[in-house]
Design a protein around this ligand. Structure first.
Ligand code: MLC
Ligand code: AMP
Length: 490
């Protein structure tokens, strides 16, 4: 594994910082090797067993992730804030054989693990002797990440070691990562943005990655003022929230922040469309033009504004090194220049398959092996601009991809809801806001419904606005017209 080889080269350097505690690459190598032995017990290779882990961001997270890989397992990161049914879905779908947890999450999964005969261990588990570690093949699955699609339930995206290495190497080359870099991870660690772009790239480059436990504009700015961090990556909502917080600060603090931010080498934004207004405001705050890029769980990053050269507002840039991109019509034929088409992607960065779903996997590729992203773009003066998605049922809110169909299915289980239609409406802060039009029985109470949903799915999938309608807008075939649903809210 290239990550391990690179860590050996940078052994004495600081890899990870959490508060006042620092860990070197040597400590990461030793910690992950020891933890591999805990996972292996008496076996000599996990041979693709799925190992789920619910671990706080920081040294332990990377230690466990590397330990799973070094022991021959497939890492399945769990979201720290998902309610039990969402965690259970992932554990069942992957048939995880071991669950690793930070001690404070043990109580959430203990009963489930024991009922289902799954080994549950904490990050503090240790072993007296190190086992010999297996040789890892680049084509072996390494990671399964869950992403919502046009089907109602999230699908597991299987990425091999080769996929991950290609994704990281492409970004290291394009964005000029080096061992001198120092980044801050504020993103959730069950998605590609945090896992690959922030942790993966910084670790493979021999750089330093600093962690805070959860998003806090105040903490982020306090760290920026310490003048260590020089690379930062986030979703548009985070930049929006940072700007909002900045606006509450006094002039002296704003000036100090400008001075610190001006020294950064790179600030990247992605996972959802970056509004031009956010880009412009951030430029005033920091003196930097944000580098916007486009990616997806299935492909890592594919298109990026240039590191050197023009970063064009409203555009996602040009294909990354070693990534092929095409725009096609509905028959998958290349479209004439200047017209809109679906983005197709090819390269070693593209995932292997959807876990346990050969039919769905086949459907998402053309007969000659191009991955169909479902995103529609236009190419103008050589730069790509995302203009929309081919499905109205996919919502992007706060950088999270959300399936409207999944929320509808949950809502329809409530006795107060006869029928419903969920959609995303534009929102300055969240990109899109989840809303629901409902045909309801008497007594319908949105706040009680939301409480009920949060026991079943994460807060970001909970509708933020409801509209009780007599009947949902339908076409002549009786199908709900989502664009008309959206109009109801505007
Ligand atoms: C949370 N809230 C929302 C919301 N999410 N409201 C509207 N829309 C949403 N999407 C509300 C909650 O209900 C709660 O309200 C309040 O905000 C605080 O919730 P929270 O969960 O504590 O929010 P916060 O910590 O502030 O999180 C905001 C965030 C987070 C932007 C930091 O959403 C985040 O980390 N997003 C990044 C996701 C990401 O990494 N995506 C990349 C996917 S990979 P109340 O009323 O209950 O207090 C990918 C590929 C690629 O996309 O290209 O990168
Ligand atoms: P996910 O499945 O969570 O990985 O989300 C991937 C989706 O996020 C893509 O298919 C796009 O729709 C969207 N996306 C990512 N980056 C951008 C961007 N810079 N602009 C617009 N949409 C983006």
């Amino acid at each position: 594994m290239k990550l391990i080889a690179s860590a050996r080269v940078h052994a004495q350097k600081t890899a990870i910082i959490e508060g006042l505690t620092k860990w070197s690459y040597k400590e990461l190598l030793e910690g992950s090797e020891k933890f591999s032995s805990c996972l292996l017990k008496s076996s000599n290779n996990l041979r693709g067993e799925r190992i789920a882990f619910m671990v706080d961001p920081g040294f332990d997270y990377v230690k466990v992730e590397w330990a799973i890989w070094r022991a021959g397992g497939v890492a399945v990161p769990l979201c720290l804030t998902h309610p039990l049914p969402s965690l259970q879905y992932v554990l069942e779908d992957t048939a995880a054989s071991i669950i690793v947890v930070s001690p404070q999450y043990q109580s959430i999964l203990k009963e489930y693990a024991s009922d289902n005969n799954i080994r549950l261990i904490t990050t503090v588990e240790t072993t007296a002797e190190n086992q010999a570690l297996p040789v890892i093949d680049r084509s072996d699955p390494a990671l399964i990440l869950y992403t919502s699609g046009t089907t109602n339930k999230p699908k597991g995206v299987v990425l091999t070691h080769a996929n991950l290495e290609a994704q990281m190497e492409n970004l290291i080359e394009a964005w000029k990562w080096s061992a001198d870099d120092h980044t801050l991870c504020v993103l959730p660690l069950h998605h590609v943005h945090g896992i690959v772009n922030v942790i993966g790239c910084s670790m493979l480059a021999g750089a330093t990655c600093e962690f805070i436990p959860n998003f806090s504009a105040e903490k982020i700015f306090a760290l920026f003022l310490e003048n260590r961090i020089n690379v930062f990556m986030a979703v548009p909502t985070i930049y929006y929230k940072l700007i909002t917080y900045w606006e509450t600060l006094g002039e002296a603090e704003q000036k100090s922040l400008y001075a610190s931010l001006k020294k950064f080498r790179l600030l990247v934004c992605g996972s959802a469309a970056l509004p031009v207004s956010t880009m412009e405001k951030w430029e005033r705050i920091s003196g930097h033009t944000l580098l916007e890029r486009y990616g997806m769980t299935e492909i890592g990053m594919a298109i990026s504004n240039p590191y050197d050269g023009e970063r064009r507002a409203g555009f996602v840039g040009i294909p990354l090194p070693n990534v092929e991109v095409r725009l096609v019509d509905e028959q998958f034929q290349d479209i004439p220049a200047g017209e809109q088409g679906e983005i197709l992607v090819k390269g070693e960065n593209v995932f292997k398959e959807y876990w346990g779903k050969p039919e769905e996997t086949k459907k998402e590729f053309t007969s000659d092996g191009w991955f169909k992203t479902g995103d529609v773009a236009i190419k103008e003066n050589n730069y790509y601009r995302i203009v929309g998605r081919s499905s109205v049922d996919i919502i992007k809110s706060g950088g999270y991809k959300i399936s409207a169909l999944e929320i509808e299915e949950v809502l329809r289980n409530h006795e107060w809801i006869k029928d419903c239609a969920v959609a995303g409406i534009p929102d300055d802060e969240w990109g899109e806001l989840v809303v629901a039009a409902v045909e309801a029985t008497e007594g319908f109470d949105a706040s009680i419904i939301n409480q009920w949903i949060r026991e079943r799915m994460p807060a970001y999938r909970t509708p933020k606005r409801y509209l009780v309608v007599e009947s949902l807008p339908r076409n002549a075939m009786g199908k709900v017209v989502k664009n008309d649903v959206k109009k109801l809210f505007t």
